[in-house]
Ligand binder design. Structure first.
Ligand code: IPM
Ligand code: MG
Length: 350
């Protein structure tokens, strides 16, 4: 048995529900993967603000640094919504974690199952064959630039260094090598200086990957192309804010944001795994949340941080076969709740 420690941060809203379901699934298969997982649970987000006045304490960040992986549910909710710049916000916990752990690359795969083609708001013939990966820069850009208020004005700044762009681009090119060999770099180089640097550096990095095809696309056009011909994309590399927006848009190709997992990685093997969806306060506590995005995030954790790729494949196959057998949550027009969907996945795991 290999001992690993996973810090688990259920967070707010539906976070605890989907994380609880995922732990059941991972615990059910860990022994057969020769893994003994110690889950160390901590607070993040709004629940941490209530307990400690801050969305992420230093103790929790230290625990995350010392762990093999960090698993997160969701943060935020109307209770903590504020426009007061001096008040703590749940999202600061997530951003602090990404920055504090140096997790600069966010991977968001979108590959709808044939069984779900008709669940997407896009026509089947448009989404057929879609299998794309958004590689979003996660610790730079406008999310982390200088911001403030100045009299009647407010500002946020977007800064990128060559090094920040290059290391993210490399993640994208490496990923493309193991896939269909194509990178689409998304920017706004017709307007933004940071995007012109982005384009320059991506071209330099591409020189080291002659086997990978590179195309550049302006973000507005990319938003349109994602709806009109999503199957043409392989790997999308882009900066923080564009990646935030495009990955939510891409989620709908698969029919529901309730299916989309993510991994946030840095230089080492530690990573942060979380569903792309948020805390969904409107359905929190009802038992309706679809845990599949979170379960699939655990598969990414098994693959990237816990060195258990076969277990990862098994989890993904179990979710796919549960879906194919009709395990549809309310997000996909079905009636199953968190408990039933979890049971279907457990059955499919065998
Ligand atoms: C995401 C979320 C976060 C982001 C929020 C909660 C800060 O939307 O992970 O995409 O904007 O990065
Ligand atoms: Mg987002």
């Amino acid at each position: 048995m290999r001992d690993v420690t996973v810090v688990v941060l259920p967070g707010d809203g539906i976070g605890p529900e989907v994380v609880g379901a995922t732990r059941e699934v991972v615990d059910a298969l860990a022994p057969s993967a020769d893994l003994s997982i110690a889950w160390a649970e901590h607070l993040i987000g709004g629940i941490s603000i209530d307990a400690h006045g801050t969305a992420l304490t230093d103790d929790v960040l230290d625990a995350c640094r010392a762990a093999d992986a960090v698993f997160l549910g969701a943060v935020g909710g109307p209770k903590w919504d504020t426009t007061d710049p001096d008040k703590p916000r749940p999202e600061q916990g997530l951003l602090g974690l990404r920055a504090g752990l140096g997790l600069f690359a966010n991977l968001r795969p979108v590959a709808p199952l044939p069984a779900l083609y008709d669940a997407s708001p896009l026509k089947r013939e448009r989404i057929e064959g879609t299998d794309l990966l958004v590689v979003r820069e996660l610790t730079g850009g406008i999310y982390f630039g200088k911001r403030g208020r100045d009299g009647d004005s407010a500002y946020d700044t977007c800064t990128y260094s060559r090094g920040e762009i290059a290391r993210l681009a490399r993640v994208g090119f490496e990923a493309a090598r193991g896939r269909r060999g194509k990178v689409t770099s998304v920017d706004k180089a017709n307007v933004l200086e940071s995007s012109r640097l982005w384009r320059e550096v991506v071209i330099e990095v591409a020189a080291g990957y002659p086997d990978v095809e590179l195309e550049h696309m302006l973000v507005d056009n990319a938003a349109m192309q994602l709806c009109s011909r999503p199957a043409d994309f392989d790997v999308i590399v882009t900066e923080n804010l564009f990646g935030d927006v495009l990955s939510d848009e891409a989620a709908m190709i698969s029919g529901s944001i309730g299916l989309l997992p993510s991994a946030s990685l840095g230089e080492g093997t530690n990573g942060l795994y979380e569903p792309v969806h948020g805390s969904a306060p409107d359905i929190a506590g009802k038992g309706w949340a679809n845990p599949m995005a979170t379960v699939l995030s655990a598969a990414m954790m098994l693959r990237y941080s816990l060195d258990a790729p076969e277990a990862a494949d098994r989890v993904e196959a179990a979710v796919a076969s549960a879906l194919e057998a009709g395990a549809l949550g309310r997000d996909l027009g079905g009636t199953l709740g968190t408990r039933e969907i979890t049971d279907r996945i457990l059955v499919a795991l065998g």
